[in-house]
Design a protein around this ligand. Sequence first.
Ligand code: KG4
Ligand code: ZN
Length: 358
Amino acid sequence: MSLVTGRQSLVKFNGILFMITIGIETSCDETSVAVLKNGRKILSNIIFSSLSEHREFGGVVPEIASRSHLETILNCIDVALKKAKIRLKDIDLIAVTQGPGLMGSLLVGLSAAKALSFSLKKPLIGVDHAIAHLYSAFLSEKGLRFPYLGLVVSGGHTLLIKMKSAGSFEVLGRTRDDAAGEAFDKVAKILGLGYPGGPEIDRLSRGEDPKQIFFTRPFLSGDSPDFSFSGIKTAVFYRVEKLKKKKSLTLRMKKAICAGFQEAVCDTLVEKSLRAAKSHRLKTLVVGGGVSANSRLRQKLNAAARREGLRVVFPSMALCQDNAAMIAGLGHALHREGKRSPLEIEAYSEFAREKDGN
Ligand code: KG4
Ligand code: ZN
């Protein structure tokens, strides 16, 4: 049974009509709830992370993450509504991350969203987390139009996507092994740095000459649009093992390795994005996901874009990490395109849809 009516009940304020969307994100270790006005203005974006509980294990522990979501989701909803100065009955649309992510974690957010939709009799929209990362840029940049090329670089995904509309896309390239963020995390672990590894590697690479140590750029010689990062990670592993044996893995050396590794990943991402933009005649590149916070990637993509006459758009730093504002934003856009989800929607763990998803 679906309670979805498609009716848009709008909050009236000073004679102006608003559509209020609540977004819920629980795909990994962040419990996030956001309230958006008209799909763009962020009234609140509450993010609670259980990261500190995972650190000692060197990665996210699914059971700890889902238990933390259970403990915090209702409070996050309360705080998000209070901060946005709205009541439950003002909500017009409920958007929720349906996948990809950790199943136990997704189920907590999905159950909360279904309960809201059922009790408030308001439409529900299941949103894809990877695609939503691209939507972060829409919340800080005006005048973005379809079609555009999307580069999703997160802990779980590396995707080049042609976005035709909010709900219609075509995957042009994807990683065949590790995601870019995953490679940052694994290399950081090899070097004995903290988790998550991306911000640490970014910090240690600053001011370093990236040419001190060269790592082969994978998949750049052929014309495959796909990525592969596990080879660079393995190359780092063997170099570190050698240095450990010689007792010469100094901080200096770690910094040089970080800079060389980061340069190889960034060069690959930049080159593949430029090639895809050219071959699909796309003039705008939108970047999203945790790795979009990387300072070297921003520098290199901006420089390349200026050279090639491409418009490149990054999310604000605050919206690079997992957040519910991007979920609410994409949910609102999908709703405008006529999409509704029944209460029976199920969580999914993998990004599998090749095109015309959502
Ligand atoms: O998008 P996100 O918050 O979660 C997923 O959907 O996976 O991305 C997290 C990933 C982690 O792998 C983290 O190491 C990486 O983003 N990351 C970075 C930086 N900040 C976060 N990687 C490189 N440089 C950064 N500054
Ligand atoms: Zn994410």
